[in-house]
Design a protein around this ligand. Structure first.
Ligand code: SAM
Length: 272
């Protein structure tokens, strides 16, 4: 596998290019069908097929919807209450931050964290178009979250944790910033039936396209436990032919007996 810095550089390069294209008026889904993790190897469904409520999506600025690159709707996962603070890891164009901001209301706060300048610019433009005042977008890496301990009620994320070369650090940091009893509730790509084969793990297009870095579901649960979470839960939301655009990568995974799925991943930070 390539080293961590190379993976991060490639991920940043890919998503900055997608953000620039979107800011210039294109669709984030360069694969043509709408939202996806990029232009290959995995292309996911248009936003209305990812579990977003039609009315919720209709109320968002067009730019925020066009910028969606997720693989689910993490905001459908969790009860959000007025006054809460929500953190979105790898917030991209900001769709889930804007949806969360509505639910936590003016006394709450929705924070997006992203390491890519162009994505932050896109998200801030979308927040301005939405007239959202209880949102902020921070530059930083989810392996070293620039927030204090126990400052967040809920951590969400949409198709991003798989992109990290250091998932243990991401999960440790998510637990650190959560308040006791806080919830980790994300959408992510997960694999079943075995790990991603080593040749695919070394394929940067596959890594930045949200496949090569995906954890096997048992390993995901083990890492959540090791990071200090309780009650880890993984629920498949789309699988097999529901994940269009897998192409050659999909065929290679199938040959290895590995299935790539989109899933809700949830866990709780225990109270002392
Ligand atoms: C597949 S896109 C998903 C964007 C957004 N969550 C959505 O649903 O539209 C991945 C995003 O995560 C960001 N990202 C990837 N790795 C990151 C990291 N280690 N720390 C912070 N942001 C990261 C990228 O810059 C990009 O904006």
């Amino acid at each position: 596998m390539s080293d961590d810095a190379t993976i991060k550089d490639q991920v940043r390069e890919r998503y900055s290019r997608i953000a620039r294209q979107t800011l210039a008026g294109g669709d984030a889904g360069c694969c043509g069908a709408g939202a996806c993790c990029g232009e290959g190897p995995i292309a996911l469904a248009p936003v209305h097929q990812l579990g977003y409520d039609e009315a919720q999506v209709a109320a968002l600025p067009e730019g925020a919807v066009a910028a969606s690159l997720g693989c689910g709707n993490p905001t459908a996962l969790i009860d959000l209450h007025p006054g809460q603070t929500v953190l979105d890891l790898g917030s991209g164009g900001g769709i889930d931050v804007l949806l969360s901001a509505r639910r936590v209301g003016p006394t709450g706060r929705a924070i997006g964290l992203d390491m890519t300048d162009e994505m932050l610019a896109l998200a801030r433009a979308n927040a301005a178009a939405a007239g959202a005042t209880n949102v902020e977008f921070l530059k930083g890496e989810m392996e070293a979250i620039p927030l204090p301990d126990a400052s967040v009620d809920v951590v969400i994320s949409n198709c991003v944790v798989n992109l990290s070369p250091d998932k243990d650090a991401v999960l440790r940091e998510a637990r650190r910033v959560l308040k006791p009893g806080g919830r980790f509730a994300i959408s992510d790509i997960v694999v079943q039936g075995g790990a991603v084969p080593p040749d695919l793990q070394a394929d940067m297009m596959s890594w930045t396209g949200c496949v090569a870095g995906a954890l096997e579901e048992g390993e995901y649960r083990a890492k959540l436990h090791a990071a200090g979470f309780t009650d880890p839960e993984i629920v498949v939301t789309a699988e097999g032919s529901d994940l269009p655009g897998g192409g050659d990568t999909d065929a290679r995974l199938r040959a290895a007996g590995v299935r790539v799925v989109s899933a809700f991943v949830r866990a709780t930070k225990p109270t002392p």
